[in-house]
Structure formats: structure tokens, C-alpha cells
Design a protein around this ligand. Structure first.
Ligand SMILES: [Zn+2]
Length: 450
């Protein structure tokens, strides 16, 4: 008993960051700012240990240990289904040997339709000490309707039975952080961040950072995001609530903010958006890149050399991407030209405000017409290799008064719109919470390294 307590105490002393992360989680779940700060003040590592030593009498501990031993007779496993799964491979991977259960999975209509050959479904099972299946459950969320499906297969006195239920998802908050060593997706994989969250990160900072070209080894990020869970299992990633990105030594921060319903008396509810923690909108007149950042485009390397010798006046930025990748207009404007031009191949030129224009070349397909109005982010065509190109890529140009400019500089030069004066007090309160959440998120990586 004494030894157990001293070991627990030592463990807590060695991992203070984990404790601060737990407290920050409490804060995020809405317990309130003052409460969490008050609890952070005393030596937090001592508090839980004392309460344990007073409430746990020895008989209770013995009962618990016995309970644990009884539990260890059962086997609990969880994993994700794979597209190549058969009844046998799935059970084997999860440590179960049970020909009867495998036969049931093969013949049961619900299991056939919803489990076998379906990739990425969260599956958990319970087996006896003889490695025979007692219960198997699979969970997934097919639609954005706030619900999830649960398939349950259970052993009964007469064999196995299966049933499917539709249940509500519960919202929760997660935080993570990472450091870029090779690519953004390698770092987010490491931090177990879902792809949809990584893409959101790139979109949120798309006015400031060109994720295709400007990432540096050693860049760091922290993120706090919503997750939708079924039976405690994360089944769907939601919106990024706050995030920080350190690119080449420069720190960018963002948080989601939306006017609460009650506050917008007299006008229609405003759409939410991302702001700096100082209250500046991150929405810019121009995006930094004409391609959305994705796992596919980020991993697609230039395997060719643009024909520079032939095309001496090459002034632009080349983005390597697979043929068919969507190309988007970086700003609102009107299509000035859409058609074929010598070295450009299929090309779209968009005229924006203030004598600025953008060029999208080598397209495999053009999806707009001359004279058409386009909005920021709207698709204008697909990546190709028409014209003078030896491999699939997008040639992108930014021109002011017909003269080429560096897209990065242009994107950052835009003025931003601040949050309204009436909303500022409410915003500042939310920003203070976001700041604490980001600090805690930044420590998640340190904790896992410990
Ligand atoms: Zn080019």
C-alpha cells in the first residue's frame, strides 16, 4: 500500500505536464476559466495522492485487485477495419481464433454489408480466455447528421446474433501538436490528427502561408478541434477551434469566432469565421496558393524540369500536382481569358480589383467561360500538362499592371477586417480561453516525448 502510493506520487512528479493538460481539458469542456486557474495554483501533484490515501481502505483494494484478475480472463481489443478484411483476417488480427464466429461473420447479412471489406470502421471486441469471440461491435458515422451506426454481434446460448442501431454522436474537444520534419501530413499522422483537420489547418492559414512551398523543417503547430464520438470512440472530426502555426520562426494564431444568437439583435446572424487572437479576420482578398492543400498534392513531387530553355520569359510559380487536381481562383474577379495560348496550353486569366490579375496555365480542362464572374476559391479548371510542360503541374502567375509579382508578398499585403467594436469584449474573453487552450495543446507533444 505504502509503496503503491509513493510510486504514484513519483509518477505524478515526473509528469506535471500531463496534469496541466488534464486541467486544461477541464477548462475546455466549459468548467470555466477561474475554476481551472484556481486549481492550477497549488502544487497540483500532491492533491490527488492525499485523497487516494484517505478514501481507499485495504479491503476495497483487495476487492479491486481480485476484480482486475477476473477481468484479465477476458480479452479486449480495438482496431480499424481494412478494405481487404475477411472474417478470418479480421478476427486473427484482433487475437481471436473462433471458426464458429468466422462462419457467422461470413454468412450474416449485416456483417457482410457493414463490416467485411469496409475500410476504416472502428471495431472493438471482447473474447474469452480461450480466444473465442463473446462480442464484437463496429461503429461508423456515414452522414453529417450527428448520428452514428453501431453493429453488434454477440454470442448467445443458441449461437451468434447481430443487430444494428442508430445513435447520437457526442461532441468532445481534442488537442494535439507536432513538429514538421518531412511534411505536414507526416507530422499530423504522428500526432494522430485526422486528414480533415490537417486540411483545415492549411486552409485557415491559406492567406498567410503557402503550404505547398513555404514549409520549413522545424515548423511547429498546435491545434484544438472538435471531435464527434460514438461510445467514446472518435468517429468524425469537426471544426478546428483554435490553432497556432510557427512558420520559419514567425508565429501565426487563429481561432473560430461566431456571434452568439442572443447578441445579434437587430440584424441577421453573422457567419462565423477565423480571426487572429487580437481580433483580425483571417479572410483575405487573395489566397496564397491556387491549389487546396491535401495529402495528394503535398506528396506529389516535381519529377521533371520545366522547359526553361525554350520558355525564357518564365515568370511564375510551378505547383506539381496530379492531372485532374482542382485549380481555384485566388480571389474574386472576372474571367478575362479562357482558352489556348502557345506555351501556356489551356489557360485561364482572371482580372481582379486594382489592376491585378492571375494566370492559371497547362490545364487539362477549363471549367469557366470568358466574361464569367468568379469568387475566391471557385474552381476554374483542372491541373494538366498542356502547352510547354514536360510533366503535370500548374503554372501560376500574379500580375499587377501586367508586371509579375511574388504571390506570397501579394497575399500578405491585404488588409484584414477586424471584429466589430460591439463584439470585441465577448471576443476578447473567447480569445483568452483560446490562448490557454493553445498553450495546453502545445504541451501534448512534450508529454508524449517524456
Ligand atoms: Zn511555370
Amino acid at each position: 500500500m505504502e509503496e503503491l502510493l509513493s510510486r504514484t506520487s513519483a509518477l505524478l512528479a515526473r509528469h506535471p505536464k500531463r496534469i496541466s493538460a488534464i486541467l486544461a481539458t477541464l477548462l475546455l469542456t466549459g468548467t470555466g476559466f477561474t475554476f481551472a486557474v484556481a486549481n492550477l495554483a497549488p502544487d497540483a501533484s500532491q492533491l490527488p495522492v492525499r485523497s487516494v490515501s484517505e478514501s481507499l481502505a485495504t479491503p476495497a483494494l483487495v476487492a479491486q485487485v481480485e476484480g482486475l484478475e477476473a477481468l484479465s480472463m477476458k480479452l479486449y481489443r480495438s482496431d480499424l477495419t481494412r478494405a481487404t478484411d475477411t472474417a478470418e483476417t479480421l478476427l486473427k488480427r484482433m487475437g481471436v481464433f473462433d471458426p464458429q464466429a468466422a462462419a457467422f461473420l461470413r454468412s450474416d447479412a449485416l456483417a457482410q454489408k457493414n463490416l467485411l471489406g469496409r475500410a476504416g470502421r472502428a471495431v472493438s471486441l471482447e473474447a474469452g480466455s480461450d480466444n473465442a469471440l463473446l462480442k464484437l461491435q463496429a461503429r461508423w458515422s456515414p452522414d453529417e447528421d450527428g448520428m452514428f451506426q453501431r453493429l453488434s454481434i454477440e454470442k448467445t446460448s443458441t449461437g451468434f446474433s447481430s443487430r444494428i442501431e442508430t445513435l447520437p454522436l457526442t461532441a468532445s474537444t481534442r488537442m494535439a501538436s507536432g513538429t514538421i520534419t518531412s511534411s505536414l501530413f507526416a507530422a499530423t499522422d504522428e500526432a494522430r490528427i485526422p486528414d480533415s483537420v490537417s486540411s483545415q489547418l492549411a486552409e485557415i492559414f491559406s492567406g498567410d502561408i503557402d503550404f505547398h512551398r513555404a514549409l520549413r523543417k522545424g515548423d511547429r503547430f498546435s491545434v484544438v478541434y472538435e471531435t464527434l464520438e460514438g461510445d467514446g470512440e472518435s468517429l468524425r472530426a469537426g471544426r478546428v477551434l483554435s490553432t497556432e502555426f510557427v512558420n520559419a520562426g514567425k508565429t501565426f494564431q487563429a481561432m473560430w469566432f461566431q456571434e452568439p444568437e442572443a447578441a445579434n439583435a437587430g440584424h441577421a446572424p453573422r457567419k462565423g469565421g477565423y480571426y487572429t487572437l487580437a481580433g483580425e479576420s483571417l479572410k483575405r482578398a487573395f489566397l496564397a496558393a491556387p491549389l487546396a492543400f491535401s495529402r495528394i498534392t503535398s506528396g506529389f513531387k516535381m519529377r521533371f524540369h520545366p522547359i526553361l530553355q525554350v520558355w525564357r520569359a518564365h515568370l511564375g510559380v510551378d505547383y506539381a500536382a496530379p492531372v485532374g487536381t482542382a485549380v481555384r481562383s485566388v480571389g474574386d474577379g472576372v474571367v478575362e481569358f479562357a482558352g489556348v495560348q502557345n506555351g501556356f496550353g489551356n489557360v485561364v486569366k482572371v482580372k481582379h480589383q486594382n489592376q491585378t490579375s492571375t494566370v492559371y496555365a497547362h490545364l487539362s480542362r477549363i471549367t469557366v467561360r470568358m466574361g464569367q464572374a468568379v469568387s475566391q476559391g471557385q474552381n476554374v479548371g483542372l491541373v494538366g500538362m498542356t502547352g510547354w510542360a514536360t510533366g503535370p503541374h500548374l503554372h501560376f502567375e500574379y500580375r499587377v499592371n501586367g508586371v509579375y509579382q511574388d504571390p506570397q508578398t501579394i497575399a500578405r499585403r491585404n488588409d484584414t477586417v477586424p471584429v466589430t467594436a460591439a463584439m470585441k469584449p465577448l471576443f476578447d474573453k473567447a480569445a483568452a480561453q483560446a490562448r490557454v487552450a493553445l498553450l495546453a495543446a502545445g504541451q501534448t507533444q512534450l508529454s508524449s516525448i517524456e
